[in-house]
Design a protein around this ligand. Structure first.
Ligand code: DP6
Length: 351
């Protein structure tokens, strides 16, 4: 039997301006634009191999060695879009195998524990989409593919680029302008690092999707956040990144993390993602910055209690030294930023 295969890795990204709220649940269209930093694939990544064969009888997925369903509307939407694009390629070249009609087998593995509360769905859907795009030899660029990854998980669209990435919310109802774009590549600010502190590896209390739906439906503060706070912050954060202004970038990052957790608390019933340890980390970072007389570290928290601390390499000893003194017993990683996924020029192989 002929099996066509292609493999791809995709990195984790951590938002510094948070995506929280959908205006369209089926298409994963957000209520605000967001910004993230892509972490190095040396530290955190998903490796996915996609294969297609006329002998396969159904689409299948194995995640970290365990078979999982590909039947969710999100996975189906991604596969459908990719098959459609492949069908267009096949229509213009009748010599190509009709991979768009074959079933797919996907094998995916993280090099970090899925339960660590990190954004594994972002790297997961980014790797799924890019490995199939590579298998299908699709000509689309990363921003185009980001629209497909977005349908899998909103934050996944940002994992197709390295360095600093913006997800522009767009305005259209079909989501054609809701895509990820590069703000600056890794080479722009290579000394920016992130430390991840695993406060808890429990499964999330409230999954992001249902959490944000509740916030949209019940929080008054949320309306203020998306109308009056985030649009201005989005522009300011992009400028701070382009100017490599760490203090401004750090201040905006911390304020946005706090704003996101505030709208969670303002949801009804309230959603709590931070725990006592998270709050101690917040206090410690502010104390450190106060003692230094300038901002040298910034915290951010996603939909869980784990902390990501941004700092410049030049301050690594101070920042990690202090975190280690107080929270040395917690597991974690330190990471540089990662690069944009390689272009899709590597050939799929027959076997
Ligand atoms: C707090 O991308 O996981 O990490 O689109 O429903 O899959 P879905 O949500 P998801 O939400 C991420 C929320 C966040 C903030 C962010 O990454 O921007």
């Amino acid at each position: 039997m002929t099996v066509y295969t292609a493999s791809c890795t995709a990195p984790v990204n951590i938002a510094t301006l948070k995506y929280w709220g959908k205006r369209d649940k089926a298409l994963n269209l957000p209520t605000n634009s967001s910004i993230s930093v892509t972490l190095s694939q040396k530290d955190l990544r998903t490796l996915t191999t996609a294969s297609a064969s006329s002998d396969y009888t159904s689409d299948k997925l194995w995640l970290n060695g365990k078979e999982e369903s590909l039947e969710s509307p999100r996975s189906k939407a991604c596969l459908q879009d990719l098959r459609q694009l492949r069908a267009q390629v096949e229509a213009s070249n009748s010599d190509l195998p009709k991979l768009s009609q074959y079933k797919l087998h996907i094998v995916s593995e993280n090099n970090f524990p899925t339960a660590a509360g990190l954004a594994s769905s972002a790297a997961g859907f980014a790797a799924l989409v890019s490995s199939i795009a590579k298998l299908y030899k699709l000509p689309q660029d990363m921003s185009e593919l980001s629209k497909i990854a977005r349908k899998g998980s909103g934050s996944a669209c940002r994992s197709l680029f390295g360095g600093f990435v913006a997800w522009e919310m767009g305005e259209s109802i079909d989501g054609e302008d809701s895509k990820a774009v590069e703000v600056a590549p890794l080479s722009h600010w290579p000394t920016l690092k992130a430390a991840i502190l695993v406060v808890s590896d429990d499964k999330k209390d409230t999954p992001s999707t249902s959490g944000m739906q509740l916030t949209v439906a019940t929080s008054d503060l949320f309306q203020y956040r998306i109308k009056d706070v985030v649009p201005k912050r989005f522009e300011e954060m992009k400028s701070a990144i382009l100017a490599k202004d760490f203090e401004k970038f750090a201040e905006l990052t911390m304020k946005d993390s706090n704003s996101f957790h505030a709208v969670c608390l303002d949801s009804y019933p309230p959603i709590f993602y931070l725990n006592d340890t998270s709050k101690k980390i917040i206090k410690l970072v502010h104390k450190l910055n106060e003692l230094e007389g300038k901002i040298i570290a910034a915290y951010t928290f996603d939909a869980g209690p784990n902390a990501v601390i941004y700092y410049d390499e030049s301050n690594e000893q101070k920042v990690l030294g202090l975190l280690n003194t107080y929270f040395g017993s917690l597991g974690g990683w330190e990471s540089y930023q990662g690069e944009t996924l390689p272009k899709l020029e590597i050939e799929g192989t027959d076997s």
